[in-house]
Every structure is written in C-alpha cells, then in structure tokens.
Design a protein around this ligand. Sequence first.
Ligand code: SAH
Ligand code: SF4
Length: 392
Amino acid sequence: MRLDAPITQDVLTLPRKLAEGGKRNLVGLTRAQMADALVAMGTPEKQAKMRVGQIWQWIYHWGAQDFEVMTNLAKGYRAQLAEQFEISRPEIVTRQISEDGTRKYLLRIAGGHEVEAVYIPEESRGTLCISSQVGCTLTCSFCHTGTQKLVRNLTAAEIVGQVLVARDDLGEWPIPGAPKDETRLVSNVVLMGMGEPLYNFDNVRDGMKVVMDNEGLSISRRRITLSTSGVVPEIARTASEIGCLLAISFHATTDEVRDKLVPINKRWNIKTLLDVLRDYPRLSNSERITFEYVMLKDVNDSDADARRLVKLIAGIPAKINLIPFNEWPGAPYQRSDWARIEAFSDIVHKAGYASPIRTPRGEDIMAACGQLKSATERGRMSRAEIAAQAGG
Ligand code: SAH
Ligand code: SF4
C-alpha cells in the first residue's frame, strides 16, 4: 500500500500467525551463523556460502516468508530447510495510522511480550523507529518507557523483524520482473523506540549488520541512527563495530540537572560522555553527532542552558535536535512554550549549529518518542516513584 492515498485514522487488528514450534528462525542470523546452521543440517561445507547467498536474497531482497518460493533451490533441499527452520517475524497485534500518515505498530514477540515500532513518512524519505528492548533498565524521569522495568532484550531476529514487518505492511518488496522502483518507503532506521540499544549491544549490532547488508535490505550505515542515553563504554564499539550515525540523549547542561533527567549521568557524567564523543566522528567516519534535547518547561530550557550547551559541545561536529516534550499521563514535566523553544533554538543556531525543532508526528496515536510503551502493565512504577526519581 502506498502512502499517497488519503489515510484516515484506523485501527486494524490482524489475524495471528500461529508460531511453528521448535524451529530455528533464520531471520537475524549473520551470514556466518546461517552458514553454520546449514552445515549442521547437512549442507556440504563447500556449498554453504553459496546457499547462504541464495537464501539471504530470498529473505531480505524479495521478502520471502517460506522456503517453497525459493525456486533456485532443489525441491528436496527446500523441504529439508522447511523441516528445520522458519522465516518468521514479530506478529502485528494492532496497527494505527495517524492523520499525518504515521503508522504505529504494536508487535507481539516470543513470550507474549509486546514492543512498538513507528513508521514516519516524509516527502523524500521514510523513517522507521524501532525498539531494542522490552522496557528499559534506565529510568529517565521524562520518559514513559522508563516507567516500565526491563522485561528482556530483543533478539537480533526481533530487531530485524521490525523492519521486515514494516516492509510487509507497506507493500515494499520488489515484484519480480516489474520495473525497479527507486523510491524507498523505509529508507532510514532509527533506534529510538523502547529500550537502551547499547545495553543490548551484540543483538543490535548483529541486527544492524543484516539491515545494512548490500544484498538484502541494503539500508546504508549513514541512514541508521542509534540513540543512546550515554552508555560510555560501548560508544567506541558502536563506531568500530556498527559504524552508524549516533544520537545522544543529552537533555541537560549541568550534571545536577542531568542526574535527575538521565540518571545514567551519575555513572558517566557530562564530561566523561563528551570526552568519548569527541572521537566518534573520526572512528565511525561519519560527519556529525546529533544531540537530542527534550524541552522541559523551567527545567532545562533557559537562555543560560542554551549558551552552556554550545560551550560544552564546542569542537564536536554536531546538530542539536530540539524535541518538544511529549506529555504522557502522569508525567512530572510540561512542554516548554513554543516561544521559549524558538529562543533556545536561535541561540544554538547563532553559535553555528543546526538546531531543528522536531515536529511532533502521530500525536493522535501517541506515536512520538518517549511515548512508546507496550500495553504490558507489569513492572510499572507508581507516579510517586517517578516523582521521587525526578527529584521530587
Ligand atoms: N534509550 C535510548 C533510545 C530510546 S529514547 C535513548 O534514551 O536515547 C529516544 C529519544 O526519545 C531519546 O532522546 C529520549 O530521551 C527521547 N524521549 C523519551 N521520552 C520523551 C518524551 N516524553 N518526550 C520527548 N522525547 C522523549
Ligand atoms: Fe530508557 Fe531511553 Fe527512556 Fe531513558 S530515554 S528510560 S534510556 S528508553
């Protein structure tokens, strides 16, 4: 389905696909892992690399969901594959489409857990925001996800699966023989959904390697942005092992305020974080880092904050993304006034940094950053607990 058709708000509940028990999912395996799995099944070692190439193309280029369609593999071999493996994705529980075309998916994964992914269409690109964990171990006081305890890390299959599900739903797989469509619906991926991606490093890395692979989904590392609250020891590895763009949830210009907003700051403070960030663009061969800054009324939005911010990041190639706070029921903060956000943006801009104000998208379906939260109530903190963490 293309997005140029007028879309009205709809809520769709799709039929559940029954999980086939006990089979290993090929989605999310690295090429080496897939080769090992095929050899273990009896594929001669000499052939494994070629078979991986064939299967890989079916899964990630054509969007195949079963082995039957893999016509360049012998019938017997396809049957053998089907006996041992599956090609499965998270299942869509509900899909909501906003008036502005934003799509929010609630996805069910093994164990009955739920995570969200959001597709945001723009004029010349489409961005898919994906989750890396169910819940989050961190407790940023302005974030809805932070009120939910960590349930578990997503597997590489579940991380890649979110991209596959979006392409299925958008009808974006190529049709054999049809002229090549150069416009991509899912052209960019951001790890800005639920969870802290750097606390699930290996699965995020493996998943992104699959997403970047040229013979499959082929989304370049410059079109993938990983957002972290500031897990300092993993940042250099992100540069060397993933090489994607980096966004930092900065949000404050003094340790005192950042300790309250982003409590991981108590472990790695602003100076420690900035020191490691200075090396990132060179190590990852990327141009600049995005500093995310949520605008909270009377908390972090003064002119003095804006001036301190540009001083702190001096020397780091950067863009500052100002995010009007997305309020959620019970949140202990308010969104800064529009005039205040613009004044803040002006100061940053005059200092030579791009300082776009993120337009709220999909507000009617609560699809914005920080509002993603599964329907799972388990582990939810009380309002009093949130307020206590926020410093009362
Ligand atoms: N855990 C990672 C990625 C997920 S959060 C991180 O913290 O960076 C993605 C972005 O949304 C972060 O910048 C986060 O600080 C921001 N965010 C969270 N809650 C928000 C809210 N209620 N309003 C606006 N932005 C929010
Ligand atoms: Fe976790 Fe990011 Fe939310 Fe902080 S902002 S609680 S790190 S998801």
